[in-house]
Design a protein around this ligand. Sequence first.
Ligand code: GRG
Length: 297
Amino acid sequence: MAQELKTYLTERCKIVDKALGKFLPTARTRPATIHDAMRYSVFAGGKRLRPILSLAAAEACGGDYENALAPASAVECIHTYSLIHDDLPCMDDDDLRRGMPTSHIKYSEGIAVLAGDALLTIAFEILAQTPPTRRYDVGAYVGELAVASGSRHLIGGQILDLEGEGNDVKLTPAQLKYIHQSKTAALLTSSIRLGAMTADATPKKLEALTDYGQSLGLAFQIIDDILDVTQTSEKLGKSAGKDEATDKSTYPALFGLEKSRKEAVRLTAKAHDALKPFGKKGERLREIVDYLLDRDY
Ligand code: GRG
């Protein structure tokens, strides 16, 4: 990764962490256990990809990134909630996330369920603090995030994922793509759209960014599946090799590593195409999708 992009991502990470630190109740707020658990998972060391995309999308649309800090933080809370719940014994049953013991290991299953619930709820409290624009009011922001994280997208994708597990279930490529679009691409796309909305993006620009987000999101999940096969748990900060061990339908399982990589490259090019109307202003978004293709964790 170019040094300049590395510096940009590190700085943006710090800005997002600071905003999250302010939006979330302190760890001592009563009852302390829940606030401590919420902060534990949020600050366990994620890449902050979704919030960084929100800020970059706001700027690509000519806005000020500061106006996008509330939706960016809200999206990270939703993402962290989904990880906490996904790691529970009744779901993926994992004990490592972001290089740290998962919430139910550190605290208890009950606290992990509630920490996830509380992050989901506070996401909307934070989102409601986003400054409205001429085109978008708080209702538009809330509707956007609620749909992306609800039963037709994030949760819907998780349902299909759960139903697709097991030795006797083989998903078709179309089913797998649908799961990835719902479980991963929808929230990433929504992060981008929300950032753009804070810059009062025109419907045309929002549409172009939706195309960008969907291609980026699918490519991101394909790379995630590839990394699960090719990297160590230490590098990923979560249990590697799990997909193969649980006979899960993934891009590498269905198409092999080489074809999966080619598909991620094709989708990255498609994401670039979607950014054409943004000219120079879309440069960061171009760099981010390229970085995601070449990431190793
Ligand atoms: C439990 C409602 C519910 C949903 C779970 C998000 C999800 C659905 C499951 C988590 C596991 C998984 C493979 C999700 C797909 C999205 C994904 C690759 C998440 C990891 O995102 P990163 O790499 O994580 O951005 P960090 O830790 O860097 O934020």
